[in-house]
Ligand binder design. Structure first.
Ligand SMILES: C[S@@+](CC[C@H](N)C(=O)[O-])C[C@H]1O[C@@H](n2cnc3c(N)ncnc32)[C@H](O)[C@@H]1O
Length: 203
């Protein structure tokens, strides 16, 4: 996984350089729409934690909403950008996905969108997210099909801790205006997106 685990400083530098403004572009809209659809399916007035929330694109897609939204990211410049379009009720925390500073069972839904591929210790992060879910809570995961770290590697860890409620594959074909992923303007990009429930021990 070398080269895939950004340090906090590189994330911050990339956000400051504007590299991740593309998260607000049309090319990313499909996956946010599917995640927002899953949230809509779950119901109104949820307590939602967005782990690795980035610069606010998912938060914006959840509007209008009566949800309580908490974004968590390790990169302060990302959160500053998210704050620019946040409402008074949105909250943000600077924290690591692997050590979430919330009480057990605090959230109805945890969104983890395009984050796990970048982490060195995926099982630790998945456990941390499951721990902050309410008993009937849901985990929502999106992962793009990375060629240098097979998505199946991350999914293996996710699926060992959860049961699938629904899972879709989204493929975006190239477009004239595409910024592409990792510099490639023509390659189709595929994401797998899932709505999951944690496996609980019966004890
Ligand atoms: C590709 S961006 C995705 C952002 C957002 N979830 C979205 O879908 O638009 C990955 C995000 O994960 C954050 N991140 C990376 N490692 C993290 C960690 N260990 N804990 C929390 N956030 C992390 C980065 O700062 C970045 O904002």
């Amino acid at each position: 996984v070398a080269g895939y685990c950004h340090a906090r400083q590189s994330w911050s530098d990339e956000y400051l350089a504007g590299d991740w403004e593309r998260l607000h572009s049309l090319e990313e809209l499909g996956r946010y729409s599917i995640l927002a659809g899953y949230v809509r399916h779950l119901g109104p007035r949820l307590k939602i934690l967005d782990v690795g929330c980035g610069n606010g694109a998912m938060m914006e897609e959840l509007r209008p909403s009566g949800h309580t939204y908490v974004g968590c990211d390790l990169a302060l410049p990302a959160v500053r950008r998210a704050l620019a379009t946040a409402t008074e009720s949105d909250m943000f925390v600077i924290a690591q996905a692997q050590q979430l500073p919330f009480r057990p069972g605090a959230f109805d839904a945890v969104i983890c969108s395009e984050v796990l591929s970048y982490l060195p210790d995926v099982p630790v992060a998945v456990d941390a997210m499951v721990a902050v879910l309410a008993r009937d809570g849901h985990l929502l995961v999106s992962l793009f099909d990375a060629f240098d770290r097979p998505e199946s590697d991350c999914w293996k860890h996710v699926l060992s801790a959860t049961n699938v409620v629904d899972m879709v594959t989204l493929t975006r074909l190239g477009g004239n205006n595409s910024t592409g992923h990792r510099g490639d303007t023509t390659r189709p990009v595929t994401w797998r997106i899932a709505l999951l429930t944690p496996r609980r021990s019966s004890a």
